[in-house]
Design a protein around this ligand. Structure first.
Ligand code: PLP
Length: 384
């Protein structure tokens, strides 16, 4: 991880005030730039005035109108029947895995799933089995060897947060069907990002309505104010409401955060322009890196890892890029494996082509400084 923590003194936007300096933001989850969209900010401040800082109620006993509206809006976005809101996706993942898989059941979890899924596996009383990252053949083999008569569930990130890779949903759906297992996809980095109108992994693969559980966060593309959710069937929602400890014993999502998320979801439903801009920025950025012979496969996500080997290289490049006015964090052990340190670039709809060109040039120049290869390929290969 980055050795030092940067201090943000403005909204998280294209040019953010970071450590007292105007800096091009290329390391944030504000994928669509909605965290400071006027409608999102206005909705949050209206809800703050209407409901106060919080409801001080227990979630199973009472909720607010805005939380209820968000519940149905997020379910609709993901093509699910219903949804259950939490204060974070971490709580949602733990609630899901702890509740749906009980003693005797099995969870099959991708080796690179997010930490909150790993925590959910640890808390579940079922057995958890890790399959190799994105390796459905390995998953199928493990399903055969852990043939449980109790419930089984396959769980995968939709977009993997440190790799930018996307889950092979059609193969996972086939595997779950064959095994008689449930399927859960964590769309934290996919909602608002992947699929033609940002409806996530299921929309990307034309499979809306086919995934048993979709979890996600409102702390990234969907407004940034925080909160999490499980989208599922009405029947599963009832079971979760009645038995998920995180849904019963933890505080509800703050109404102002719910209002911000609702405004963001509505903006997304009205117009997919920002989603398309983000996708085109991601394509252009990756193509620009490839034109300089760097590895940047065309993936349907807004996360681009730039592998640099050791953590010293990552720190050195991140620090130098910051000095040039670009914020791109270094990620190293223990967040990723030893020797797999990287810069983690996150693209946003707010970036201009000039921003992307500026960043690619700066990255290439710093990579050259630390001795990573920089053979130019065919620069004309870049296209949006
Ligand atoms: C894939 C994934 N799941 C869950 C989370 C946790 O979300 P939250 O901050 O809402 O707990 C994250 C956050 O980084 C994530 O990347």
């Amino acid at each position: 991880m980055a050795a030092t923590k940067s201090v943000l003194e403005s909204a998280n936007e294209r040019t953010s005030l970071l450590d007292g300096r105007a800096t091009l933001m290329m390391g944030s989850n504000n994928y669509l730039g909605l965290a400071n969209h006027p409608r999102v900010v206005e909705a949050a401040s209206l809800a703050l005035r209407a409901y106060g800082a919080g409801t001080c109620m227990n979630p199973p006993l009472a909720t607010t109108r805005v939380n209820e509206e968000l519940r149905f809006a997020i379910a609709e976005l993901h093509g699910s029947e219903d949804a259950l809101l939490f204060t974070s996706c971490t709580s949602a993942n733990v609630a899901l895995l702890d509740t749906v898989i009980t003693a005797g059941g099995v969870i099959f979890s991708d080796a690179l799933n997010h930490a909150s899924i790993i925590d959910g596996c640890r808390l579940s009383r079922g057995t958890s089995v890790r399959y190799s990252h994105a390796d459905v053949e390995d998953l199928n083999k493990l399903v055969q060897t852990h043939n449980s008569r109790d419930r089984a569930l396959i769980v995968s990130d939709g977009v993997f947060s440190m790799e930018g890779t996307a889950a092979a949903l059609p193969e996972l759906l086939a595997a779950s069907k064959q095994a008689g297992a449930l399927l859960a996809i964590d769309d934290s980095h996919s909602a608002g990002v992947v699929g033609p109108s940002g409806r996530g992994t299921a929309e990307l693969h034309g499979s809306l309505g086919q995934v048993d559980f979709i979890t996600g966060t409102f702390s990234k593309a969907l407004g940034g104010a925080g909160g999490g959710y499980i989208c599922t069937s009405r029947a599963w929602r009832e079971q979760l409401v009645g038995s998920a400890r995180m849904a019963i014993f933890s505080a509800p999502l703050q109404p102002a955060a719910a209002a911000a998320a609702l405004a963001a979801v509505r903006l997304l439903q009205e117009d997919s322009g920002l989603v398309q801009k983000l996708a085109s920025n991601a394509r252009y950025f990756r193509a620009s890196l490839r034109a300089l012979s760097f590895e940047a496969p065309d993936l349907p996500s807004a996360i681009v890892p730039f592998f640099v080997g050791g953590s010293d290289n990552a720190e050195s490049m991140s620090t130098a890029l910051l000095a040039r006015g670009i914020y791109i964090p270094a990620i190293s052990f223990p967040v990723v494996g030893r020797g797999q340190a990287r810069l983690r670039i996150q693209l946003s709809a707010f970036h201009t082509t000039a921003d992307l060109d500026f960043a690619v040039e700066a990255i290439a120049s710093e990579a050259k400084r630390i001795g990573l290869h920089d053979e130019p390929a065919d620069a004309s290969a870049v296209d949006a």
